[in-house]
Ligand binder design. Sequence first.
Ligand SMILES: Nc1ncnc2c1ncn2[C@@H]1O[C@H](COP(=O)(O)OP(=O)(O)OP(=O)(O)O)[C@@H](O)[C@H]1O
Ligand SMILES: [Mg+2]
Length: 332
Amino acid sequence: MGSISLQKVHKAFGNTVVIPEVNLEITDNEFVVFVGPSGCGKSTLLRLIAGLEDMTSGTISIDGKDVTREPPARRGLSMVFQSYALYPHMTVYGNIAFPLKMAGMEKSAIDTKVRDAARILNLTDYLERRPGQLSGGQRQRVAIGRAIVREPKAFLFDEPLSNLDAALRGSMRLEISELHHKLQTTMIYVTHDQIEAMTMADKIVVLNAGNVEQVGSPLELYRNPQNLFVAGFIGSPRMNFLQGETARKLGAATIGIRPEHLELSTSEGLWKGEVGVAEHLGSDTFLHIDVAGVGQITARADGEFALRHGETVYLSPVEKQLHRFNDEGRAI
Ligand SMILES: Nc1ncnc2c1ncn2[C@@H]1O[C@H](COP(=O)(O)OP(=O)(O)OP(=O)(O)O)[C@@H](O)[C@H]1O
Ligand SMILES: [Mg+2]
C-alpha cells in the first residue's frame, strides 16, 4: 500500500514562504510527477513527504496514518537522488545490500533480495564492480536497486536522470516506467522537464512558486490547461500566446495556439507571414514566422516542408483547438 495525503502543507524557511499551502491526494500505485521551473519548491515538497525537512504546519498521512511527526526511517519510503549518493569504496552488491545490512537482516535473505533487484535492473553482471567502474546510467540503476530492496510503500525520485545525456535519459525514462509496472508501487517523481512529466506520469502536479497550478493526467493538462502558466509550461514547442486586437476578435484577453494546431499553406489562410528561422528535425520542421499585426508565431510543419527564410507562408489556426484566457490568465 502507498497512498499519500497532504493537507494544508505549509513550509517557510525563516521569513521566506516556499510552500504557501498544498493539498494533494496520491493514490496507491500511482505514478505522480511534480513538475515546475527551478526554485518552485519541488524538492522541498518531496523532502517534506520523506520527512527530511520539517513542515511549518500541515499534515502528511501515509495509508491513512498521520506521519507528520515521524522521522524518515519510520515512513517506509525510499528516496533516489540526482547525485546517486553511492558509496565509492563498496561494490554494487555492497551498495544495494547496505540498507538491509543496516536493518540487521540475515545474510541469505539479503542475498536473495540483492540478486532479485539486480535482475530487475539488469545489473547482475556488475555486482562485483565499484561505482567508479560504471556508466552514469548504471550508477543510477544501482541507486534505484538500493531503494527497491527496502520494499518501500512509495519511491521518491528527485530529478534522478538530470546528470545523464539525452539518449540515456530517454532509455532510463522507459526503464523507470517499466519498473513501475513491475513493482506496482507508488512513485513520486520530481523533474523540471515537461517531457519526462508527460511521458511517465499517471498524474502531473504543476507547481509554480510553491503553489499547485493544476493536477491532472498528461492529456488533461495538454488539452485543458486551466491557466496561462500551465498552458505555457506543458507542450513543446511552447504554445503561442496572442493578445490585443487579434485576441479580442476571437473573444478573449489572450488566445493560445499550439504550434501543431496551425494549418500552413503557401497560397491562402487567415494570416500572412514571413518565415524566419526554420528548425529541421527530420520528422518535423518548426517554423518561426513573423505575422504583421499579430506577432512571432511558432508553427509545426511536416519534416519535408521546404520553405526558406524570407518566404511567404499563410497560417490558419484550427478553431476547435484554440485556448481562450481571460484578463486574469484563467481559461475561459
Ligand atoms: N534550506 C533552505 N533555506 C532557505 N531557503 C531554501 C532552503 N531550501 C530551499 N530553499 C528555497 O526554497 C525554494 C524552493 O527550493 P527547491 O529546492 O524546493 O526548488 P526546486 O523546485 O526543487 O528547484 P530545482 O528545480 O532547481 O531543483 C527556492 O527558492 C530555494 O532557494
Ligand atoms: Mg530540486
